[in-house]
Design a binder for this molecule. Structure first.
Ligand SMILES: [Zn+2]
Length: 365
């Protein structure tokens, strides 16, 4: 079966509205091309909070996005497939066991090869304040407050080959193409750490012994896993912020000999904000408005923000009313086409309009 899917997304109880752009695009594509089955991929493994698949799917359904099939990274046969994939890579010398220096914290959230590049990246990341802080010239993990230490350990390394960018794969929107190719070249001939020292990473039996394998390595092999389950990933969708993960997924597919997807869609970041109100519940809005908001994401900009009140102020026009064009659209970003919004709003949420389907023409070369 030929499929359209996303890189796995985490189904949280309160996801930002912009996250639904990925399922929305997949659903739209499968509705316009009936030979492509939409499978929604979910990522439940790892340290997750507020996960609630049922609520997430209910929100998707409210917006008219109904995946006929769902893939979970936690499905029992994935471990078996992953073990077989790793054994294949070990036999082919793509995965090697090496005693090497690893920098990590006690809780394992920080764990990477202690290469000069990585140490530099860790030092730079402290300024972003996400995972690391500095005290008396030492670096600490923000989560477990332990000092980052360098240790020597036996680890599994994935050795990437040397390739030119794969120009057969179409990148959409095309303005992400240069960045994508640059990243693809950066990961030529690199060693990627795929084993981990602690939970929640699962213990996987391999011909080289048992190793805890990075949960990300599992879902980044999604193209291979689907292939081994007799599905061909034809189109794969993610956020441009996960471009590196997408490059890994394509490298792992290439190294295993799985045909690559013909289209990779890297979506801009679309963000609904609210500054002045404690009421921030987009589920109170009409499904067609939510979908119209998501369509803003199909843009050449990297990031689009719209305030909740701007979205909620929009009235759904009555298609019979001759004055419907006078609705208040003053604060809508310039890149948004108001007439398209009117047409969208006049439609039912359970069907895609011609205007929605039109964005698919952007996928064509
Ligand atoms: Zn830690």
């Amino acid at each position: 079966m030929n499929i359209v899917t996303t890189l796995p997304i985490t189904p949280r109880r309160d996801p930002p509205l912009g996250l639904f752009l990925q399922p929305f695009i997949c659903d739209l594509i499968s509705h316009s091309n009936l030979s492509l089955q939409y499978i929604q991929s979910f990522n439940l493994m790892g340290r997750k909070t507020n996960m609630d698949t049922e609520t997430f799917l209910a929100k998707m359904k409210y917006m008219g996005i109904i995946p006929p099939q769902i893939w979970f990274d936690t499905a029992s046969d994935n471990i078996e497939i992953l073990s077989a994939l790793i054994n294949h890579f070990i036999a082919e010398d793509k995965i090697i066991i090496e005693k090497t220096a690893v920098v990590s914290c006690s809780c394992g959230r920080v764990e990477t090869l202690a290469t000069p590049d990585n140490i530099k990246a860790i030092k730079q990341s402290k300024s972003k304040g996400k995972l690391i802080f500095e005290q008396h010239n030492e670096l600490y993990c923000k989560i477990c407050c332990s000092l980052l230490k360098i240790r020597l350990d036996y680890v599994l390394l994935f050795h990437t080959g040397f390739y030119k960018p794969d120009y057969e794969i179409k990148i959409s929107p095309s303005n992400f193409k240069a960045e994508f190719n640059q990243l693809w070249c950066y990961f030529n001939n690199k060693k990627i750490l795929i084993s981990r020292s602690s939970l929640p990473h699962p213990l996987i039996p391999t011909i080289a012994g048992e190793f805890r394998i990075d949960v990300d390595f599992l879902w980044q092999n999604i193209i291979n896993i689907f292939h081994l389950q007799h599905n061909t990933v034809n189109i794969i969708v993610t956020s441009h912020k996960l471009m590196q993960k997408m490059v890994f997924a394509l490298i792992f597919a290439r190294e295993f000999g799985t045909p690559p997807p013909s289209n990779v869609i890297l979506l801009p970041y679309i963000h609904l904000t609210e500054h002045h109100s404690e009421v921030y519940d987009y589920m109170k809005l009409a499904p067609c408005l939510l979908r119209a908001f998501l369509l803003l994401g199909w843009s050449r900009q990297k990031k689009i923000s719209l305030e909740f009140k701007q979205l909620s102020r929009l009235k759904i026009p009555d298609p019979e009313s001759p004055t419907r064009r006078n609705s208040s659209l003053g604060n809508i970003p310039r890149n948004f086409n108001p007439s398209a919004l009117f047409k969208l709003c006049a439609k039912h949420s359970d069907k895609y309009s011609d205007e929605e389907l039109q964005i698919l023409s952007l996928l064509k070369p």
